[in-house]
Ligand binder design. Sequence first.
Ligand SMILES: *Cc1c(COP(=O)(O)O)cnc(C)c1O
Length: 385
Amino acid sequence: MTDLDKIIRPSLKQLQPYNSGLSMAAVQKLCGLAEVNRLASNENPFGPAPDVLEYIRKQQDHLHIYPSSEASDLRTGLAAYLDTDPDLLVFGNGSEELLSIIFRSVIEPGDRVITLYPSFPLHEDYAVLMGAGIERVGLRDDLTIDVDKLVAAASKPTKLLIFSHPVNPVGCWMSRDDLMKVLDTRHPDTLLVLDEAYFEFALNGNYCSGLDLLASGKGHWIVLRTFSKAWGLAGLRIGYGVCSSPDLAAALDLTKTPFNTNTLAQTAALLALGNEAHTKKSVAAIAKERDKMRTALMERDLRVAPTQANYVFFETDLPSVEVADALMRLGTLVKPWKQEGFDRFIRVTVGRQEENRLFLDHLDSIRVQNTHNGRRLKNTENASK
Ligand SMILES: *Cc1c(COP(=O)(O)O)cnc(C)c1O
């Protein structure tokens, strides 16, 4: 044991650094590119409403003052927007921080955590960090949620049942009936966390938000949402949770740092809510592009997951890291998935029309290169597996 091993908690050794990708500047330098096509982080390229930007430009005289610890104005405004009780809301420096707060508030070593697989890495990482045992519920062959398996897993005593919905990285989702089945059968002592980071994009199909069902239901639950994706405020870091009871919200608030969300983020989020039309417009444009992108990938004989989010998850015959690296050298950033069994999958964010076209051009040129080398990008023969 080195000296440091005596100090750092052993569970940290099991964690990999979060795969946040290279910075824009690093990619520009590495690849000698002036512009980078950012399709790796599920950001909204249209950004926030003009009033939000105008407000931020004017804040330079107020930065010496601490933010509201309770995010009071945003709390009042968001409660009205959601038609819920302000005491049920919790705020985080991104919903990522709320994930950390939730795990630190409820998990003790040896607790059982259930999640879907492939998963949003933090849902597993914080479980590992707190010493929990993780049970993964895999997808069906058609890359949709295996509701029967999820229901079976959730009916046993479990401290935490947590998954993103729509699912990151896959994009799949549950219908009202299926979600209801999971909610109804979950064990009464289980905390359910539905991470709805992408719910605004789920415009088509039969997606159902937990907030529409849980508010009238029993048990303990938290629905997490964020201003980072649809609302275009990823750089400011603000997300929120709606909790099943004021007591649960109060418990989470004991775990957070007192001034975890900053003034700019709180007010920008409130102003963004007041400009919902701006967000709806960009979300509608992205949803349309998403369906085009999915069709385009299927036309290339790739295996593509169904999606209601602002990304598309697809499989090639090559290791995802190789494909992502080749795309990066051409100027497009995507997220290569690395979890076991999914390391030939790429998650590509749906951007503006021209960004998506450029991605497809870059993908096609990799395909041509690989055909020359006797390798293929397509995976039709895997489509039935
Ligand atoms: C992006 C994302 C988050 C984190 O969002 P922030 O609010 O920016 O921290 C949380 N959960 C999922 C599933 C995400 O994809």
